[in-house]
Design a protein around this ligand. Structure first.
Ligand code: ADP
Ligand code: X2W
Length: 256
């Protein structure tokens, strides 16, 4: 059954990005927590990565890749491995964990229903890495009673799969459905500065931490995606661990 436009506008939508860094240590309690969110009336949409699983499969196939600006440079011989690992292995594992917690779930990727149309970010530099040009969320609205679990694979007009950073995919999905909140669930309790978790921050402060090296590696696309969400008027963006503890990022400095 499809939801009416008014239902779509009023229901509370939470996008949860599950990072590959912590996927394998998520416990049944984490998935029960998602069930509680749903019971409290929230619509939950999951976008997932799977960097470590991709690394393992690439190693088995003896394909080497490297990272530039937090993105995996993805040559022709790697894109099939990225696609099959995310869609064929990581995605069904998450769907299964949700089903075990009595949550109906449906695995999706950018091909399904034209969900994430993409083009090459910069083929000379990054190979088969995509930037999302258009999100078609119609299919998400059809899945009223099931949690969509979305792999970060986009597709070109010609049907080529492209590798998309999962943080960026979560940002674009959240913006397209005007989510009420986006949670980046990762392997660290938020942004750390001098070893201490920062509880609240804003993009200006974050840019300073990128410039001085306090924020590096995989945290960079995460905070950039968070800033993109705030620009798209998503009111709440959080970077948290599996206990949902971490950093909340606001658009501006809170007025005291
Ligand atoms: N300032 C920072 N605070 C916390 N983590 C940081 C920071 N800068 C870089 N990182 C790194 O970012 C990692 C999380 O990013 P990543 O491994 O890509 O996670 P995910 O797979 O969840 O997307 C942390 O484990 C840590 O190594
Ligand atoms: C272009 C690019 O970097 N794609 C990522 C997609 C997976 C991902 O983002 O996984 P995490 O959430 O675990 O980081 C990659 O190939 O690793």
């Amino acid at each position: 059954m499809t939801m009416s436009r008014s239902t779509q506008a009023t229901e509370h939508k939470t996008v949860i990005k599950l990072g590959g860094s912590l996927l394998e240590r998520l416990t049944p309690d984490f998935f029960k927590g998602i069930q509680q969110m749903i019971e409290s009336g929230k619509r939950v949409i999951i976008v997932h990565g799977g960097g470590p699983a991709i690394n393992r499969k690439l190693k088995e196939a003896q394909v080497e890749t490297h990272v530039v600006n937090g993105l995996r440079v993805t040559p022709a011989e790697a894109i099939d491995i990225v696609q099959t690992t995310l869609i064929g292995s990581v995605n069904p594992w998450i769907v299964h964990q949700l089903e075990q917690a009595d949550i109906q779930a449906v695995g999706l990727n950018g091909f399904d229903g034209g969900l994430m149309k993409a083009s090459y970010l910069d083929q000379d530099t990054y190979g088969y890495v995509g930037q999302i040009d258009h999100v078609n969320p119609a299919l998400l609205y059809l899945l009223k009673d099931a949690v969509p679990v979305i792999s970060c694979i986009g597709r070109t007009d010609k049907g080529q799969a492209l590798n998309i950073n999962a943080d960026t995919a979560a940002e674009k999905i959240a913006a397209a459905i005007q989510a009420d909140e986006l949670l980046f669930v990762t392997d660290t309790p938020g942004i750390k500065v001098n070893g201490q978790t920062v509880t609240t921050t804003h993009p200006d402060e974050i840019n300073g931490w990128i410039a001085d090296g306090t924020i590096y590696g995989g945290m960079i696309p995460k905070v950039q995606a968070a800033a993109g969400c705030l620009d798209a008027d998503i009111p709440a963006v959080r970077i948290v661990n599996e206990m949902l503890e971490g950093t909340t990022i606001f658009k501006e400095v809170a007025v005291k």
